[in-house]
Ligand binder design. Structure first.
Ligand SMILES: C[S@@+](CC[C@H](N)C(=O)[O-])C[C@H]1O[C@@H](n2cnc3c(N)ncnc32)[C@H](O)[C@@H]1O
Length: 448
C-alpha cells in the first residue's frame, strides 16, 4: 500500500463528454450491470465478455449497456487508485458487494466525469436494494460525499498494476519504462483502422475524424459501433491496432506468393496478407473465431482459404513463401483495450503458453519453403513469450536466421528495434500519439 500513496502523480481524471452528459439520465440498473461486469472481469479470463450476455447486462437498452461497459472498463483501468482512495476512508474492509458499489461510483465521478449527484444517488439506491448491502447505505453515502467534498487525494498510476506484473516489468524494462506502462494502462485507447492498399489514408482519416499514422494506419477517437461509420460497408478498412499491423508488413508477402497465417482469427493479419495480393491459407483452432474472420473477408471482398484446425495437426503437405505465427499468448500487451488481462493472467500462464508457442514455432518452421520467411509475433510483454522463444528457436533451427526489421518501413516506433533486429513494441511508445498495443515481432528467414 505504501507505494500507492507516493506523491507526485495525477489523480485519476479523464472525463468523456458523451458518457458524462448521458450519465445523469441513466439509472440504477446500468450501475448494477457495471458491477456485474467488473466482478466477472476480476474473476477470470474471458469473464467480462461472458458477462455481457448475463441477464442484468443483456436486458439493458443499448445506451445503458454501453454506459455499464464504459464504467466497468474505467473501474478496471483505475482499480488500484480507486481502492486506495476508498481504503483511506474505510475503517474496515466492507463486503465485496459494498466495495463494488463504491468502485463503480468512483469510476464514474473520477474517471468518466459523471456528475456526483447522479453517481452518489444511484449508489445509495443500489445499496438500499439488497438486504446484504442495506446496512451500509449511510456508509456509501458518507464515503462518496467525502471524496466529492475533499477530493480523491494523491494516487499513483503504478498502483493500478497487479504487484507481480509491476515487479516483472520493472525487472525487464526498468523503472522509467514501468512508469510509462502504468500511465498507458490508465487511458482508454483510440480506435485504429488498417486500410486496403488502394484506400487513401488521408481520405479515410477525414471520413472518421482521424489522423494517418506512420505505416498507413488511421487513428480515430470516435466511439461506438464501427458498423455505423462511413466506409464500413464499402470494406476498405478494418479495425486493427497500429502495432498489430506491423507483423504482416514485416512478412511482406505479395502477389504471386503463398502465405500461411497459422493462428488467424479474427483475421486482421489475414486481411492484410490477402489485401497485399498474396494467396493466403488461414488456420485457427477456433471455429467460432473463424466465423468472424470469414465475415471480415466477405465485407472487405478479400479471399483466403480458411481451415478450422489446430495448426500443428493440419493434414496438408504444402509449404509457403511466407508464414505468420501470431501465437496464442497472455496478451499482457493489450491492457489498454483489455484491462482485464492484467487481473486475469496468473504467473503460471506465462510458462504454460510458452510451451504452446514452442510447439507452434516448430510446426511453423516446417511450413516455410527453402528461401522463405517466418514472422513470429505475440501481443505479450513477457520475455518468455518473445525474445526467449526466438533465442531457443534459432538454436534448434540453424536453417533460420533473423532478418533485421526496418522499424520505420513497417510503421513501428523507432525505439522498438532491439539490437538483434527484432521489434519489442511497448504500449508506452508513441505516447504523444496515444500509445500502441504491446507486441514482440521477429522475422526469421530460411536459407535457400
Ligand atoms: C493472438 S490470436 C490471433 C489473432 C489474429 N492473428 C488476428 O490478427 O486477428 C491467437 C489465435 O490462436 C488460435 N489458436 C490457439 N491455439 C491454436 C493452435 N494450436 N492452432 C491454431 N490456432 C490456435 C486462437 O483461437 C486465436 O484465435
Amino acid at each position: 500500500m505504501a507505494d500507492r500513496a507516493r506523491a507526485g502523480s495525477r489523480p485519476p481524471k479523464a472525463p468523456r463528454a458523451e458518457v458524462r452528459d448521458e450519465a445523469a439520465d441513466i439509472g440504477v440498473e446500468a450501475r448494477l450491470a457495471a458491477g456485474v461486469l467488473l466482478n466477472a472481469a476480476l474473476e477470470g479470463r474471458g469473464g467480462l465478455d461472458a458477462a455481457l450476455s448475463f441477464r442484468e447486462v443483456a436486458a439493458l437498452p443499448p445506451a445503458d449497456r454501453a454506459f455499464a461497459r464504459a464504467v466497468a472498463m474505467a473501474a478496471l483501468r483505475r482499480l488500484g487508485e480507486i481502492d486506495h482512495i476508498l481504503d483511506r476512508r474505510l475503517q474496515k474492509a466492507p463486503p465485496l458487494a459494498v466495495r463494488t458499489i463504491l468502485r463503480i461510483a468512483l469510476a464514474q465521478t473520477l474517471v468518466l466525469g459523471t456528475p456526483a449527484f447522479a453517481a452518489v444517488s444511484t449508489a445509495v439506491k443500489l445499496a438500499e436494494r439488497d438486504s446484504k448491502t442495506r446496512p451500509y447505505k449511510n456508509l456509501v453515502n458518507a464515503v462518496l460525499r467525502g471524496v466529492d467534498r475533499e477530493g480523491p487525494g494523491v494516487t499513483t498510476a503504478e498502483s493500478n498494476l497487479p504487484e507481480w506484473i509491476a515487479a516483472r516489468w520493472r525487472a525487464t524494462y526498468g523503472d522509467a519504462a514501468l512508469a510509462g506502462l502504468a500511465l498507458a494502462a490508465r487511458e482508454e485507447p483510440a480506435t485504429d483502422l488498417s486500410l486496403k492498399p488502394a484506400a487513401d489514408p488521408a481520405a479515410v482519416a477525414a471520413d472518421v475524424d482521424g489522423e494517418a499514422l506512420p505505416g498507413g494506419t488511421v487513428r480515430t477517437g470516435r466511439r461506438g459501433d464501427v458498423a455505423g461509420w462511413p466506409g464500413f460497408d464499402d470494406g476498405g478498412w478494418w479495425v486493427q491496432d497500429a502495432a498489430a499491423a506491423v507483423p504482416a508488413r514485416l512478412l511482406s508477402a505479395g502477389p504471386g506468393e503463398t502465405a500461411l497465417d497459422m493462428c488467424a482469427a479474427p483475421g486482421g493479419k489475414t486481411l492484410q496478407l490477402a489485401a497485399a495480393g498474396a494467396s493466403v491459407v488461414a488456420l485457427d483452432r477456433s471455429e467460432t473465431r473463424l466465423r468472424r474472420l470469414t465475415a471480415n473477408l466477405a465485407r472487405t471482398g478479400l479471399a483466403a482459404e480458411v481451415v478450422a484446425t489446430p495448426a500443428e495437426d493440419w493434414e496438408d503437405d504444402r509449404t509457403f513463401d511466407a508464414v505468420l505465427l501470431d501465437a496464442p499468448c497472455t496478451a499482457t500487451g493489450t491492457f489498454r483495450r483489455n484491462p482485464e488481462v492484467l487481473r486475469a493472467t496468473r504467473p503460471a500462464d506465462v510458462a504454460k503458453l510458452a510451451d504452446v508457442q514452442h510447439r507452434l514455432l516448430d510446426a511453423a518452421a516446417e511450413r516455410v519453403k527453402p528461401g522463405g520467411r517466418l514472422v513470429y509475433c505475440v501481443c505479450s510483454l513477457e520475455r518468455e513469450e518473445g525474445e526467449t522463444q526466438i533465442i531457443a528457436f534459432l538454436r534448434r533451427n540453424p536453417a533460420f536466421a533473423t532478418a533485421p526489421a526496418d522499424a520505420a518501413a513497417v510503421g513501428a516506433p523507432e525505439q522498438a528495434l532491439t539490437p538483434e533486429g527484432w521489434l519489442r513494441i511497448l504500449p508506452s511508445m508513441w505516447a504523444e500519439r496515444g500509445g500502441v498495443d504491446g507486441f514482440f515481432v521477429a522475422r526469421l528467414d530460411r536459407v535457400a
